[in-house]
Design a protein around this ligand. Structure first.
Ligand SMILES: *Cc1c(COP(=O)(O)O)cnc(C)c1O
Length: 455
């Protein structure tokens, strides 16, 4: 068995096409609904928010989609990303398991998000859009889209969840350095922001509210501005498939094949990015890799949410989709420091989970930060708190393999680094992080305002 540590691909190995799970998924996607009429949405309604070229990708059932050369050229700034065997972590755990991770933290903005930010900016530019609008929570998506819009000479307005805006000033400065305009959401610049502030002037914001603001600005711009979303949508899952396609080649270089593939889930994009190409191998080539999505127990949309139609945002402006959701009025507990705060989940992932083709676990936050520090102290990289959820589960798999005396090949996605998340690490190191599993009553309350759909 090879004792190599880094598995590096050449620039020429950079994928030439993205993979679309909808071509192979045995579960067909539910229709996307117009939030006003609750009838299936028509492309002209979606085209107020998104350019037509991305809407075509969103509904595409093609198995592979060519990556435009302009996008591949920018991907080459950091892709292919390394696959790393975590020998030092294995040793400390004393496990017979082999642990590999795909290092998406090497992108210029520090996460997997530029994999979709760059093509989204490209397709908007090609469609003649002048500026984009978006929301950001922890700031990773806003940073990635700021970089991408700048590359294509487009403006960007970022509505940043106020709690993160105040806790993470350095992310805001990074976005501004790339040339974006950043607003703490809720703002008094939009109808929905003003409505929230009237009810609660100290509202810490939520992704759902910030999405409403960014969508409202795009809708009212008369076609000059379009909105970009960093997760959840099919076209985002498609763009992220470069992660898993590269990882397949790299596992081949390592002469192994994963028994389990693990990723954290907020809206589902980095997990889908690494997992869907392996799911294709399960569905078409008889592999039997377990695919495990990891969420915080404070925001348990897969393990505790319901699979139903819900709005993508708080103000009911974004389309209604069928997904695992905690309800569009959900506001995550402010004690939760680990990201992954969105109330819903990618429809494709929700459907696959519902069909039993994907597994999910929820983990508490102190155990997640324990795993993050063990990883930093063995492998040297301080992970994003989001990514630490995947690390927690990878370690649990490795310990389970040790207990059972099994050799197990574990692959997880390191979705980003934590260099801008030091305020959360500070809370952990000072002992002030509390575990907070979301109480059943809270879930019930936030699920009380779902749209009634008779489909
Ligand atoms: C945004 C983000 C996530 C969560 O989003 P997904 O769409 O579920 O991938 C996870 N990790 C990092 C580092 C992120 O920036």
């Amino acid at each position: 068995m090879s004792e190599q540590t880094r598995y590096i691909l050449n620039e020429s190995d950079l994928p030439r096409r993205w993979y679309n799970i909808l071509a192979d998924s045995p579960v067909k996607p539910a229709p996307v609904l117009n939030p006003q009429t609750l009838e299936p949405v028509t492309p002209d309604v979606l085209s107020v928010i998104f350019p037509m070229n991305l809407i075509e990708q969103e509904v595409s059932l093609d198995r592979y989609i060519d990556i435009p050369e302009e996008v591949r050229e920018i991907y080459k700034l950091w892709r292919p990303t390394p696959l790393i065997r975590a020998h030092r972590l294995e040793k400390v755990l004393g496990t017979p398991a082999h642990i590999y991770f795909k290092n998406e933290s090497v992108s210029p903005s520090g996460s997997h998000k530029p994999n979709t930010a760059v093509p989204q900016a490209y397709y908007n530019k090609v469609a003649g859009v002048k500026a984009m609008t978006t929301e950001t929570g922890a700031g990773q998506w806003g940073s990635a889209l700021s970089m991408a819009c700048n590359f294509f000479g487009m403006g960007l307005e970022v509505y940043m969840v106020r709690a993160s805006h105040d806790l993470k000033p350095y992310r805001r400065i990074l976005m501004q350095s790339y040339g974006a305009e950043v607003f703490a959401s809720p703002t008094n610049l939009t109808d929905c922001g003003r409505a929230v502030l009237t009810q609660d002037p100290d509202c810490p914001g939520s992704l759902g509210i910030a999405i409403s603001e960014a969508v409202e600005v795009a809708v009212k711009s008369g076609g000059l501005k379009k909105y970009g979303l960093g997760s959840v949508l099919n076209h985002v899952m498609i763009h992220q498939s470069v992660i898993g396609e590269e990882a397949l080649k790299q596992m081949d270089l390592a002469g192994e094949y994963p028994d389990v593939v693990i990723g954290c889930v907020g809206g589902g994009s980095n997990f889908s990015g690494i997992a869907y190409p392996f799911l294709r191998e399960n569905l078409k080539n008889g592999q039997r890799t377990r695919l495990v999505a990891v969420e915080p127990d404070a925001v348990p949309s897969l393990t505790q949410g319901v699979y139903t139609f819900d709005y993508g945002d708080t103000a009911k402006m974004a389309p209604v989709v069928k997904m695992h959701t905690l309800g569009h009025t959900f506001v995550p507990p402010s004690i939760h420091a680990g990201g992954l705060r969105y109330h819903g989940m990618a429809p494709s992932l929700s459907a696959l989970y519902d069909a039993g083709l994907i597994q999910a676990v929820a983990v508490p936050q102190n155990a997640t930060f324990d795993a993050a520090l063990l990883f930093a102290r063995t492998e040297g990289i301080l992970p994003a708190p989001e990514s630490a959820h995947a690390i927690r589960t990878a370690i649990d798999e490795a310990l389970d393999a040790k207990e059972k005396g099994e050799k197990r090949v574990i692959l997880f996605n390191l979705s980003g680094h934590g260099h801008f998340d030091l305020a959360s690490y500070q809370m952990y190191l000072s002992g002030s992080l509390q575990d907070y599993a979301l109480p059943a009553e809270t879930i019930k309350a936030s699920l009380s305002d779902l749209p009634e759909i008779s489909l």
